[in-house]
Design a protein around this ligand. Structure first.
Ligand code: KG4
Ligand code: ZN
Length: 337
């Protein structure tokens, strides 16, 4: 079955065609980053309007690249949540309508489930069950993945997500949006050890995270330097911040692996593109799966793939189009018809 995947939950329009027999046929991505950069963050209404402009042309381009026609697909998958409600509605309405017009089934996909299953699109592939570290702009979660739709949240952030902490700290350092990659690049020039930031919530049992205090620690360090903060000072602060986030994530990953006696760890979400995190995870006593960076950040391929899993299991969306800004992953069932 060939599935069209549509991702419009935030500031990226991602379209892909995935074939259950042949794998990924084609994918296209349009990032709105340049448009939002002027405002220092995603402006929801601008995001929705841009998805309206880009989704249909990108769908046409994806079909052209794959060399197939609309009639060749067996279903449509679109991100139904969580995310910006207006942005979600664009992809959902276009996807649902297209499926209806072609007489094929549609399925609404949970964005984080798609991130979680994305590593199965790359080689080498993890096998169920595995532990997933989901680190994106909106979520930080450790999830036990027993199969498609069989997820147990082991721990999550009680405040800022890891990516959010990267973005906010980058802003404090005067870096452009999106801050994560910019902060990571600056950190490379920093001197490790000059600043020491805490490893939040690692001194007590449990798998939850808290990253908002790290942003405050960075702010305190910047203020202590006053107007004197040089580019080298900023690089040192970026380096200390990144080390604290990476260390904290590693400590919790190790705990999650031990608590569940798991031997496989999968990384997903935008922050999983971070090179220092990747290098640190390699030292864990487990097989670690790192999908290529383009599968870590938002994309259409992961939606098409998750959609294929659910559609082939018989799951169908009614004609009513529903999207959810908030959607706890534990509410996701195993695929059903
Ligand atoms: O998964 P994603 O593309 O979108 C969401 O669903 O949130 O994740 C985006 C997040 C942003 O916070 C961005 O700053 C962060 O991932 N990010 C990084 C890196 N690349 C992206 N954070 C740290 N280091 C990176 N190299
Ligand atoms: Zn995402």
């Amino acid at each position: 079955m060939i599935v069209l995947g549509i991702e419009t939950s935030c500031d990226e329009t991602g379209i892909a065609l995935y074939d259950t027999a042949r794998g990924l046929l084609a994918d296209t991505l349009y990032s709105q980053v340049a448009m939002h950069a002027e405002y220092g963050g995603v402006v929801p209404e601008l995001a929705s309007r841009d998805h309206i402009r880009k989704t249909t042309p990108l769908i046409q381009e994806t079909f052209a690249r794959a060399g197939i026609g609309f009639r060749d697909i067996g279903g449509v998958a679109y991100t139904a949540g969580p995310g910006l409600i207006g942005a979600l509605m664009v992809g959902a309405a276009i996807g649902r309508a297209l499926a209806w017009s072609l007489g094929v089934p549609a399925v609404g996909i949970h964005h984080m489930e798609a991130h979680l299953l994305a590593p199965l699109l790359a080689e080498p592939r993890p096998k169920f069950p595995f532990i997933a570290l989901l680190v994106s702009g909106g979520h930080t979660q450790l999830v036990a993945v027993d199969g498609v739709g069989r997820y147990r949240t082991l721990g999550e952030s009680i405040d800022d997500a890891a990516g959010e902490a990267f973005d906010k700290t980058a802003k404090l350092l005067g870096l452009p949006y999106p801050g994560g990659p910019a902060l990571a690049a600056l950190a490379q020039a920093g001197t490790p050890g000059r600043f020491q930031f805490p490893r939040p919530m690692t001194d007590r049992p449990g798998l939850d995270f808290s990253f908002s205090g790290l942003k405050t620690a960075a702010l305190t360090a910047i203020r202590a330097l006053g107007s004197e903060a040089s580019p080298a000072d900023k690089a040192d602060i970026a380096c200390a911040f990144e080390a604290a986030v990476v260390d904290t994530l590693i400590i919790k990953c190790r705990r999650a692996l031990e608590a569940t006696a798991s031997t496989q760890l999968v990384m997903a979400g935008g922050v999983a593109a971070n090179q220092r995190l990747r290098a640190a995870l390699a030292a864990l006593d487990a097989s670690v799966f790192y999908p290529p960076p383009q599968l870590c950040t938002d994309n259409g391929a992961m939606i098409a793939f998750a959609g294929a899993q659910r559609l082939t299991a018989g799951q169908r969306e009614p004609l009513a189009i529903s999207t959810r800004a908030r959607w706890p992953m534990d509410e996701l069932g195993i695929p059903h018809g």
